[in-house]
Design a binder for this molecule. Structure first.
Ligand code: ADP
Ligand code: GLC
Length: 490
């Protein structure tokens, strides 16, 4: 089985969030599960710089009449010898700013033109543009690759498609007239297709045409089929004949483990946590927090957006800092959240630190230093930071939702007694419930022996990619079977 992975991000080349961690780790795990897969990425500057031995395999369309993107095969340095595909279009991808937004944070107005070529590239490969390799399945990740299943279906190609929803809240919505730029037949427009309340929806295009749909945790797979978290697409999801499969993300322990991490000042593992104390002391020094090994150090490593529920943290800050606790926040994003945490730094000198940056090394150092990692998200498809926290001996404190609910066991008295607890969780999304969970964390912190037991259990958890890869292989099989069944009907 040959699988093409179409996505906008992949570590270590392009990353704005967990999508990149997943797309970077999945191909290796699939190889171990016996499936050869290749990446297809937009040619952002970092991707082009990493591209070796480029060989053009197709010219892609350009309905708006500028220079046509080209589909290039080659190797991407961080991925070794594995062949990959890149859409090369300097005027679309090689710009200052991020993958989706300009340097001021505003979405690029031509994002539909910037991501539609992923679909044309997949279509060209499924047609046999590269005589050396033709995919049996195209696995599309998030809205950026949402047109892929639509393009394959409308071209009547035999390749099956799988759509993975990493975050349904980002849908790739564009004005209706952008449809003319997408190189799809008129029949693709409409309520059964990619039209969503008069707009073009890349996400809906994927959901409506893929032979299989998955999302990144079992609980989120249920949640997106209900109105509250379905973002207007719960009906489309419920109607899919294959249902919505939840496949929990894994952790790449080759990157995220304190015993081998090149970014942390001193490595450690569960059998000897002295290095963790060194990491904590150094981080406290470096970000202006009081040097105090006894203070419970809480951390946030996150995009600062409303999804992440950090406004609730600002509300409960006095209670959160009770008992001498400290807080370090690494993140950037919404101006009101940045301003809120900046004000907290002024209000609590030496107790709160804000690092307004996207900094991979710092993220590793913070997980290594922290005692508690806060993830009070309103919704969370999977969430990776609570998993990294556990690996580094920091206890996650989470809102019991989505992947957070699937991965963290709250330290209730029962869970402590039954030796199940791995962190802290609150159920209702409100200040009172959050405060109660914070208080449980603070009380456990005053009982070092019990804390250590929960910490050891958290560090022993394994969220491995091999399990997830096997589940994806099974899903690819189902998608192929459904594609073949459709072909016999046609
Ligand atoms: P999401 O994808 O919704 O942002 P995840 O928890 O799945 O949430 O993944 C977030 C990823 O981004 C993790 O790898 C985390 O370490 C990283 N991250 C988030 N904010 C920052 C930051 N400011 N600097 C460095 N890494 C960050
Ligand atoms: C999205 C989600 C996050 C998930 C990540 C990787 O960005 O917000 O919960 O972990 O994708 O699947």
């Amino acid at each position: 089985m040959k699988v093409l992975q179409a996505a906008a991000e992949a570590v270590p080349l392009v990353k704005t969030g967990g999508l990149a961690d997943v797309v970077g780790a999945l191909p290796d795990a699939l190889t171990r599960a016996g499936v050869a897969s290749r990446l297809l990425l937009p040619g952002f500057a970092a991707v082009r710089a990493a591209l070796k031995g480029p060989r053009e395999v197709a010219k892609l369309p350009c309905p708006w009449g500028a220079s046509a993107p080209s589909l290039v095969a080659g190797r991407l340095i961080p991925f070794g010898e594995a062949p990959a595909y890149v859409v090369v279009a300097p005027d679309l991808y090689e710009r200052p700013g991020g993958p989706y937004a300009d340097p001021t944070g505003a979405a690029w107005p031509d994002n539909h033109r910037r991501f539609a070529p992923l679909a044309w590239a997949a279509r060209a490969l499924a047609r046999g543009a590269d005589a050396r390799w033709r995919p049996d399945v195209v696995h599309a990740h998030d809205w950026h690759a949402g047109l892929v299943p639509a393009a394959l279906a409308h071209a009547g190609l035999p390749a099956a498609s799988v759509m993975t929803v990493h975050n349904l809240a980002y849908q790739g919505l564009f004005p209706a007239q952008t449809f003319l730029d997408l190189d799809l037949p008129a029949s693709a427009w409409g309520i059964e297709g990619l039209e969503f309340w008069g707009q073009v929806s890349f996400m809906k295009a994927g959901l409506a045409h893929a032979q299989a749909i998955s999302t990144v945790s079992p609980r989120y797979a249920q949640e997106v089929q209900q109105a509250a978290l379905g973002c207007g697409l719960d009906g489309v999801l419920r109607a899919h004949p294959g249902g919505v499969t939840g496949i929990l993300n894994g952790v790449d322990y080759g990157v995220w483990h304190p015993s081998i991490d090149p970014h942390v000042p001193q490595r450690f593992d569960a059998s000897d946590l002295r290095g963790k104390a060194v990491c904590k002391a150094q981080l406290q020094r470096e970000c202006g927090l009081r040097s105090d090994g006894q203070a419970m150090l809480m951390a946030v490593v996150s995009r600062l957006t409303s999804q992440k529920g950090l406004d609730l943290l600002l509300q409960v800050l006095p209670q959160a800092l009770a008992g001498g606790a400290q807080l370090v926040v690494l993140g950037q994003g919404d101006a009101d959240l940045e301003a809120g945490f900046a004000a907290a730094v002024r209000a609590y000198p030496g107790r709160v630190a804000l690092l307004r940056a996207h900094d991979e090394a710092l993220a590793h150092q913070i997980f290594a230093a922290a005692d508690v990692v806060l993830v009070p998200s309103r919704f969370e498809p999977c969430g990776l930071t609570q998993l990294y926290a556990m690996a580094y001996g920091a206890l996650p404190l989470v809102h019991h939702v989505g992947g957070l609910a699937d991965t963290v066991v709250d330290a209730t008295l029962e869970a402590l007694e039954d030796e199940q607890a791995t962190g802290f969780a609150f159920h209702r999304f409100d200040a009172q419930a959050f405060e109660a969970a914070l208080r449980r964390a603070q009380l456990l912190w005053t009982r070092p022996a019990q804390w250590a037991q929960v910490q050891q259990r958290a560090m022993a958890q394994r969220f491995d990619w091999d399990r997830a890869a096997r589940a994806y292989v099974a899903l690819y099989g189902q998608a192929i079977a459904r594609r073949q069944a459709l072909a016999t009907l046609a």
